[in-house]
Design a binder for this molecule. Structure first.
Ligand code: NAD
Ligand code: UDP
Length: 339
């Protein structure tokens, strides 16, 4: 298929490009490089031995996006482009609504103009909010507790309404749990531009000596060791879920929300221990207060993905830690030049 990938230079997008090409799809990337750089696409080109075509376009720029769409004429779109920092989303909410909602509207409009009726969307487990029961299945009520989660939930609703109103259209709403890990080549990985918000990149930066110690946000949760439990999913498994979702979208009509997680939870301390094992480095940490808005446990019921997408997570916790360590230690400055 001809697949237009918005946000393809980002963390999850870049790993998905590799998988798309491995499956024989033709790709075109649209990215503003707001949170990434062309160097990422140069590395994907190197790994897949063919230049990745791209346009530096903001998805909210309807004219430019329309031109790209008219020239490439995709069979399907994978829509990664967006803003994703939970804390920042409550500080600059309008920007989050603009990029994540107006951006999605602009994209659907451009798709309509060329008759493209298949989309796979990056949603998030944050749409569920506080768990009424665990693991989260896709029927769990959605009540996001932060602006970022609201934008994902609203974008899902936009996509559902679009799919219902557009004959033969299909939208797959992938609700990611906690993506971690890096490409097996150690040439691609997560490269936060600022102090990492997420656990894994922070731990990796402590291990490599870029940060002194990890702050563990609370050890008084109702979990076996008191620290927060999450469903970590290897980014390469997540990338495969996108090619599976494309296959599904191609043979279905309507909108479908699907969890992408493993169903297995690990605590913060278990992650620290596993990372120390994989890297051979000490990970100094201190217990600090809970982070506002955090929940004790988040876990996916991955049954729907197993059944509808014929997809299962394959990588282990050790794969997640070892690949993150290889990426971090071989690219201490991420995609930036040394120094
Ligand atoms: P990322 O920031 O690495 O990638 C997003 C990409 O979109 C970047 O390359 C960025 O430059 C681009 N972009 C941002 N705004 C844009 C705009 N207006 N126009 C064009 N391009 C733009 O993030 P990621 O971790 O790869 O996440 C990809 C998607 O998955 C996001 O929508 C995110 O909300 C969602 N998601 C991520 C996680 C996670 O933990 N990483 C979890 C759940 C959902
Ligand atoms: N966490 C932590 N210290 C950090 C970052 C995260 O203790 O510096 C904890 C956090 O409280 C949660 C888990 O690690 O229990 C995963 O957090 P992350 O931000 O990676 O994902 P999310 O909270 O969005 O699921």
């Amino acid at each position: 298929m001809r697949v237009l990938v918005t946000g393809g230079a980002g963390y999850i997008g870049s790993h998905t490009l590799i998988e798309l090409r491995a499956q024989g799809h033709e790709v075109f990337v649209v990215d503003s490089f707001d949170n990434s750089s062309p160097e990422v696409l140069a590395r994907v080109s190197e790994l897949t031995q063919a230049t990745v075509p791209f346009a530096e376009v903001d998805i909210r720029d309807r004219a430019a996006l329309g031109d790209v769409m008219a020239a490439f004429r995709p069979d399907a779109v994978i829509h990664f482009a967006g803003l994703k920092a939970v804390g920042e989303s409550s500080v600059i909410p309008l920007r989050y609504y603009d990029v994540n909602i107006s951006g999605t509207l602009s994209l659907l409009d451009a798709m309509d103009k060329v008759g493209c009726k298949r989309i796979v969307f990056s949603s998030s487990a944050t749409v569920y909010g506080l768990p009424q029961y665990l693991p989260f299945d896709e029927d769990h009520p959605c009540a996001p507790t932060n602006v970022y989660g609201q934008t994902k939930h609203m974008a899902e609703q936009v996509l559902r309404d679009w799919a219902a109103a557009t004959p033969e259209a299909s939208a797959v709403l992938l609700r990611y749990f906690n993506p971690v890990g890096a490409h097996v080549s150690a040439r691609l990985g997560e490269d936060p531009s600022d102090i990492p918000n997420n656990l894994m990149p922070f731990v990796a930066q402590v291990a490599v000596g870029r940060r002194e110690k990890l702050s563990v946000f609370g050890d008084d949760y109702d979990t076996p060791d008191g620290t927060g439990v999450r469903d970590y999913i290897h980014v390469s498994d997540l990338a495969r879920a996108h090619t599976a979702a494309l296959r599904f979208a191609n043979g279905s009509i309507g909108a479908e929300a699907i969890n992408v997680g493993t169903g297995q939870g690990y605590s913060v301390l278990e992650m620290v221990e596993a990372f120390a094992r994989a890297s051979g480095r000490d990970i100094p940490f201190e217990i600090v207060a809970r982070r506002p808005g955090d929940i004790a446990r988040s876990l996916a019921a991955p049954d729907k993905a197993n059944k509808l997408l014929n997809w299962h997570a394959e990588k282990t916790l050790d794969d997640m830690c070892a690949s993150t360590w290889a990426w971090q230690s071989q690219n201490p400055n991420g995609f930036r030049e040394e120094g």
